[in-house]
Design a protein around this ligand. Structure first.
Ligand SMILES: [Fe+2]
Length: 284
């Protein structure tokens, strides 16, 4: 991964961003330019991130806001900052725009919301237009001390794969994965997911894929890709007030298992998630 970009906001900057005004729901095309102008006036050093692809172009940025600020301030500030560089849009029907990632011991441990290790993946890997930008806002980290976020730069993986493929032909590898219902603005369902592509996302990988669908040779190839992905992962333990923003198309993500006191995490760990979609020309 290229060096992670950290941005520290002080109290004055948080106050200036809060004064930009509350926003909510999906971004319309009319207000967005004005909102971004106000954000850039409030905190001029953010100008370089403006535009609906602004955060996606930076791969991974972690913004640190003062942890002492109230939840409402952190959430509103994160919302304004996210919209500066993404086309914010809810993509799962019924979810609030900032959706709390569940901590549910009754879910399969390695699936979304489960308390175990969440395999590295691209969100909505089976959609023709996966969300372009993802944000995680940490309000309360795991009290058990686990739950580090994992991030993987796809370019790093592709470079390793081309260097170490040694005769493997990964170009034809495809698989089926995931449901497709209740989504908005993410295109169509893909019955077969090509692992590699010349167009973004260049690596449609999820460690959640059912290995039972593969032939022995395919399973070996997929395991090789998975081990390469895992070897390229960087871990970041998000703390209260930290907002991670990254491109879903060029940065894979996962999460280490919650800590040994994961039963305490059920009501405590609070990490909110938001999505930005592929932008329309008129919204940039
Ligand atoms: Fe995810």
């Amino acid at each position: 991964m290229k060096p992670l970009l950290w941005l520290d906001f002080d109290d004055d900057e948080v106050d200036a961003l809060l004064a930009v005004g509350p926003v909510s729901g999906a971004d319309g095309h009319g207000e967005l330019g004005a909102l971004r102008e106000r954000v850039c006036r409030a905190v001029p050093r953010l100008s370089r991130f403006a535009g609906c692809g602004g955060w996606a172009a930076r791969r991974l940025t972690v913004i640190r806001m003062p942890a002492e600020r109230a939840d409402e301030h952190l959430e509103r500030c994160a919302d304004v900052v996210f919209r500066l560089g993404a086309h914010a849009h809810p993509v799962v029907d019924g979810w609030p725009f900032w959706h709390r990632i569940p901590v549910d011991p009754d879910r399969p441990a390695n699936r979304y919301g489960g308390v175990g290790y969440n395999d590295i993946h691209l969100d909505m890997v089976n959609c023709t237009l996966p969300p372009r930008v993802i944000a995680f806002l940490c309000l309360e980290p795991d009290p058990g001390g686990g739950g580090e976020s994992l991030f993987v730069d796809v370019e790093d993986v592709l470079a390793e794969l081309s260097a170490g493929a040694s005769g493997r032909d990964l170009s034809g590898l495809s698989y089926a994965e995931g449901r497709f219902s209740g989504y908005s603005a993410v295109g169509e369902a893909m019955a077969r997911i090509p692992l590699l592509s010349d167009a973004e996302p260049r690596l449609r990988f999820t460690g959640k894929a059912d290995r039972g669908q593969f032939s022995a040779a395919e399973r070996e190839s997929f395991a090789f890709v998975e081990s390469t992905v895992n070897a390229c992962a960087d871990a970041v333990l998000l703390q209260r007030g930290q907002l991670a923003v990254f491109s879903n198309l060029t940065v894979l993500h996962g999460r280490r298992a919650l800590g040994t006191r994961s039963e305490h995490s059920v009501g405590t760990r609070r990490v909110l998630q938001a999505y930005g979609i592929q932008c329309q020309k008129q919204s940039s």
